[in-house]
Ligand binder design. Sequence first.
Ligand code: ATP
Ligand code: MG
Length: 280
Amino acid sequence: MNDTATGTAGVSPAVPTVEPILDVSGVTLQYKTKEHLITATYRVDFQVFPSDRFVLLGPSGCGKSTLLKGVAGYMQPVEGAMKLKGREITEPGPDRVMVFQEFDQLLPWKTVKQNITFALMNGGKCSSKQEADDVAMEYISKVKLERFEDTYPHMLSGGMKQRVAIARGMAMEPDILLMDEPFAALDALTRRQMQEELLQLWDDTKFTVLFVTHSIEEAVIIGSRILILSPHPGQVKAELNAHQLGHSDVGDAEFAQLQEKIHAMIFADRVLEDETLPNV
Ligand SMILES: Nc1ncnc2c1ncn2[C@@H]1O[C@H](COP(=O)(O)OP(=O)(O)OP(=O)(O)O)[C@@H](O)[C@H]1O
Ligand SMILES: [Mg+2]
């Protein structure tokens, strides 16, 4: 299923072995409330390889954010395991950085540059202020915000705030960048622009990203691989390849076909859900 060579014992040594950065295996994640035990994901499997733009796609409530929380180390699976570079994930760490949908993820009392240098110093990435300043400026220029380095978040547009959050995340040079619907609250034009910019950044640095969305179009544009989840509880429905498709292909036959195929998969679930008793 993977387009990357995974390597198996006994296979010809001429085949290069690529280890996954992230290995999610049989992961069930649950929330315990006073009244309920909610199974958010059930025995989910996927592997993210270096430089993948791996997208988690599925309807609201299928456990996309919960999976990211698990990978970030904020939740432990009740069965299965999540491994980062072969080590079990047991707590949060600077090797995984999260970018959220909300515009208020920046520290409002710090400027654009200070938001980034603060993360770099606190996360142990830089030991001197000068080094942190240099790294911050490098990433501020990557997201084209040079003129706004000394600006406070309340003076920025939603798209600009998301650029700062992305620059801050990338500056940490994590093993994997975790993005939870980072463009969902933006207007359509800005969203399109941000998707393009993210792909340009990826062309530059080939970072590894686990990207959550419930937009089929966004999944096909951003993703090199797409994991489709079905809801209640979230289970893997399919894994698809989309690395050959991007913005310039929107509206093309191949793009439309893949969108249609994904739509049918997700819609099939909705029909089944409607026919069964409501889930609690
Ligand atoms: N803090 C929580 N306490 C209890 N249940 C929760 C909590 N957070 C999420 N859930 C439940 O877990 C399931 C998965 O939620 P999750 O937020 O991961 O879905 P999602 O796919 O990210 O949805 P959306 O697209 O709406 O963001 C849902 O049934 C939800 O109600
Ligand atoms: Mg979510």
